[in-house]
Design a protein around this ligand. Structure first.
Ligand SMILES: N[C@@H](CCC(=O)N[C@@H](CS)C(=O)NCC(=O)O)C(=O)O
Length: 208
């Protein structure tokens, strides 16, 4: 199994954290794609993922899976414990629901702010920028952090008492926000301690 990635970037980090949580990091061959140099927009890579983004998983049979949530779903099914995407019907649906809210409202919103309202990856890669929309997405990210703060009032993790793929998405959001100096507001104390807790996990250190 191969993972095409650019080490240190937030979405590839999601996959590395999932692999570390499952104890599968050493089962994977990591292949570096030069994202800052635009290799992910070249035909050879676009054959693997027409969206032109990392990470991409290549199975032993040579099939390609893109989108971190889909890759984590695949990894989670390779081995039982710990379950990252839930076991029961309710758990699976609840984790999928919260994961999507954190992804769309926080991680993707931070990414949109970076790509649209800052220089992003530079003019050769950022072919279309809409600064107003980027700024609006920063507001969405902050609003989502306030929503997350409420969710974390009585729980250690974003879906409850157990670590899940939704927490991995939040971790990637914190990594991305950290790169671009987007601070977690003081008015989100539960998120601040949650971020510290997540960043202290062994898996994120193994994944680094
Ligand atoms: N929704 C995708 C996002 C993938 C993504 O945006 N990856 C970034 C790296 S963190 C990338 O390849 N960016 C290159 C670009 O935007 O040109 C996922 O979940 O994997």
């Amino acid at each position: 199994m191969k993972i095409y990635e650019f080490k240190g970037f937030p979405n590839p980090a999601r996959v590395r954290i999932a692999l570390a949580e499952k104890g599968l990091l050493d089962k994977v061959e990591f292949v570096q794609v030069n994202v800052p140099g635009g290799e992910h927009k070249k035909p050879a890579f676009l054959k693997k993922n027409p969206s032109g983004a990392v990470p991409v998983l290549e199975t032993e049979e040579g099939q390609h899976i893109s989108e971190s949530t889909a890759i984590i779903e695949y990894i989670d099914h390779l081995q039982g414990a710990p379950a990252l995407t839930g076991k029961t019907a309710y758990d699976r649906a609840q984790i999928a629901m919260v994961q999507r809210k954190v992804e769309a409202g926080f991680l993707d919103a931070v990414a949109d702010y970076f790509h649209h309202a800052t220089d992003g990856l530079g003019p050769d890669i950022e072919k279309y920028q809409n600064s107003d929309w980027g700024k609006r997405r920063r507001e969405v990210a902050i609003a989502t952090l306030h929503w997350m703060d409420e969710q974390l009032k009585d729980h250690d993790f974003i879906t409850g008492e157990n670590f899940s793929s939704a927490d991995i998405t939040a971790q990637a959001g914190f990594l991305f926000a950290g790169f671009i100096n987007l601070d977690i507001p003081e008015s989100c104390p539960n998120v601040r301690s949650y971020a510290d807790r997540l960043m202290a996990r062994k898996s994120i250190q193994q994944a680094a």
